[in-house]
Design a protein around this ligand. Structure first.
Ligand SMILES: CCC[C@@H](/C=C/S(=O)(=O)c1ccccc1)NC(=O)[C@H](Cc1ccccc1)NC(=O)N1CCC(N2CCOCC2)CC1
Length: 215
């Protein structure tokens, strides 16, 4: 297992996006994972539509919240993902305008990924970025460095945000971290990313790990 790994160096991660005033973090977590799996499998990085999930995924609640696991299922039922270009983001609940012929990317299923953080790192290197649920309490005030809040202020029991693990490493103080892609724009955190302690279930980041599968 390499000491550090980052899918951003392998053209499997799109630019940092901004969900705006809409609780669609779950949709960004989902598209980020599928963008990564597709790039790894097909060798092409395509930005996928979150608005399609916000408008058309009836298993979830649009700007009111959702789960990547529901979104994978909904996308499979609908017939796939349209591109960001074909179905652009509006940042509000809107009427579904999904067109199956326009769907560029199909997934064949989804899996739960292990909650053992050593095995998560092995899985990431082999399979791609991992969609996770996390307690975002420590992200509200985050300005950089490796975030390692106490359990008391970041309970693993209150997962409220969907994000994407794209890599891992160790900082210059020898602190192991996960590199997490957020959807609050590129000016938040470290160029839109959250560096969070790796190894002790910080903020419950290891408890709802999923990924789409692709034939
Ligand atoms: C109102 C929705 C807020 C939104 C994220 C918004 S946010 O802006 O990124 C943010 C997060 C935290 C602090 C501040 C701001 N959160 C979600 O969508 C989170 C994301 C999440 C949580 C746990 C594991 C994985 C992903 N999910 C949720 O909020 N929910 C999970 C699904 C649930 N559905 C109810 C109807 O039946 C289907 C299920 C609705 C609540």
């Amino acid at each position: 297992l390499p000491d550090a790994f980052d899918w951003r160096n392998k053209s499997a991660v799109t630019h940092v996006k901004d969900q705006g005033q809409c609780g669609s973090c779950w949709a960004f977590s989902t598209t980020g994972n599928v963008e990564g799996v597709y790039a790894i499998k097909k060798g092409e990085l395509i930005s996928l539509s979150e608005q399609e999930l916000v408008d058309c995924d009836k298993l979830d609640n649009g700007c009111g919240g959702g789960l990547p696991s529901n979104a994978y299922q909904a996308a499979m039922d609908m017939g796939g993902f349209e591109t960001e270009e074909d179905y652009p983001y509006k940042g509000r609940d809107a009427t579904c305008t999904f067109k199956k012929p326009a769907a560029k990317v199909q997934i064949s299923g989804w899996v739960n990924v292990t909650s053992d953080e050593t095995d998560m790192a092995k899985w990431l290197v082999k399979e791609g970025p991992i969609s996770i649920g996390i307690n975002a309490n420590a992200m509200m005030l985050y300005v950089g460095g490796v975030s390692h809040p106490w359990k008391a202020v970041c309970s693993p029991k209150n997962l409220d945000h969907g994000v994407l693990i794209v890599g891992y490493g160790t900082d210059n103080k020898n602190k192991p971290y996960w590199a997490v892609k957020n959807s609050w724009g590129p000016h938040w955190g470290v160029k839109g990313y959250y560096l969070v302690y790796r190894g002790d279930g910080t903020c419950g980041l290891n408890l709802m790990c999923t990924s789409a599968t692709m034939a």
